[in-house]
Design a protein around this ligand. Structure first.
Ligand code: SF4
Ligand code: SF4
Length: 331
């Protein structure tokens, strides 16, 4: 089962309780960035470039808990930077779990092997390791040797210790589809839960712009990958995959994944930044939402990232779509 009964019921409860209270900007996943410092310097990374002047800053444990309680999204995705280099990451994870949040802890995997010795596995904790190819390709994108090997070592150990592990892959213009499919098959043999995949986003702070795909290239690439999945478990919903293949129109819902970091609540979304607000409420009430989305802002034009569109896929689902989601969830 992709989403456990507990997580599914939390997500449904979150939607219903917000609708009853008349809230139309419903948060699904809080993107929590406790720091931007990283032990890598990947060529496609917008974060370490955009936030270079605050690389030494980090959120405290209580700031992280407060952000989760302000947004009240059922899921917290802890990202960065590299969250595992935060000195209080264990406390942040444990305190969030204690308060009933589901966690997706995103990491490049370099420190995973040590981290899993320091924390207990739980059904509500998912470790998400970023991998963009086999050794040669992944290490070249990451800009260092042995990154792939260390990540695999961490994945194997985490799986052996009964952690829920999945991977996250970004597809770039020159990504070799066959390599990615072979990578996914290989990762499934290691005992991971499944894979998350999304196209890279044109971050304005990344100088190498020609590495990102235009929309038509995204449609073609994702249709090719989808046709050859052969039992590989994909963690993105089938509706989002239809969108990636150009078979479904979706309107971005940037508020569905509010982002909190050392500068505050990032507006309008996880990907682009026009300003930061000090509270979640100010972020929701003072962002001019009509200014954003693929028809409204040029920066959004090629965006098909799950942080904007996965929740729209769920919220626009009709009866047939819900059946598709159920089938996918129990696959
Ligand atoms: S590991 Fe992640 S945060 Fe670190 S440089 Fe690479 S993409 Fe950026
Ligand atoms: S389309 Fe993408 S970049 Fe634009 S607001 Fe939505 S998520 Fe952000």
């Amino acid at each position: 089962m992709i989403y456990s009964a507990k997580l599914s019921s939390k997500i449904i409860k979150n939607i219903i309780s917000n609708k009853i209270r008349g809230v139309d900007k419903i948060p699904y996943t809080l993107m929590l960035e406790p720091l931007f410092k990283c032990n890598l310097n990947c060529s496609g990374c917008g974060r370490i470039r955009e936030y270079r002047e605050v690389l030494s800053k980090k959120l405290t444990v209580s700031e992280c808990i407060d952000a989760a309680q302000q947004a009240k999204a059922p899921v917290v995705s802890i990202t960065g930077g590299e969250p595992l280099i935060h000195p209080q990451i264990k406390e942040i994870v444990n305190e969030l779990l204690k308060r009933g949040f589901f966690i997706y802890l995103c990491t490049n995997g370099l420190l995973l092997s040590d981290f899993v010795d320091e924390i207990k596995p739980k059904k509500e904790l998912n470790l998400v390791v970023h991998l963009d190819g086999f050794s040669q390709v992944h290490n070249s994108i990451a800009g260092a040797n042995n990154v792939f090997e260390k990540a695999i070592e961490g994945i194997e150990k985490a799986v052996k210790l009964n952690f829920r592990v999945m991977t996250n892959t970004t597809i770039y213009k020159n990504t070799d589809e066959n390599e990615i499919l072979n990578l996914f098959s290989y990762l499934m043999t290691l005992g991971i839960q499944g894979v998350l995949v999304s196209p890279g986003f044109h971050y304005s702070s990344v100088e190498k712009k020609d590495m990102f795909m235009e929309k038509t290239e995204i449609y073609k690439t994702f249709a090719n990958i989808y046709s050859k999945l052969n039992g590989i478990k994909i963690y993105n919903t089938p509706l989002y995959w239809e969108f990636l293949q150009g078979k479904r129109n979706l309107k971005c819902m940037p508020w569905s994944t509010p982002t909190f970091n050392v500068k505050g609540w990032k507006s309008p979304c996880y990907l682009i930044t026009d300003c930061h607000f000090s509270t979640y409420r100010e972020y929701i009430e003072n962002t001019s939402w009509e200014k954003y989305g693929t028809d409204a802002d040029q920066r959004c034009f090629n965006c098909m990232m799950h942080c904007g569109f996965e929740a729209s896929a769920i919220s626009s689902a009709g009866m047939n779509d819900l059946l598709k989601i159920l089938k996918w969830n129990f696959s």
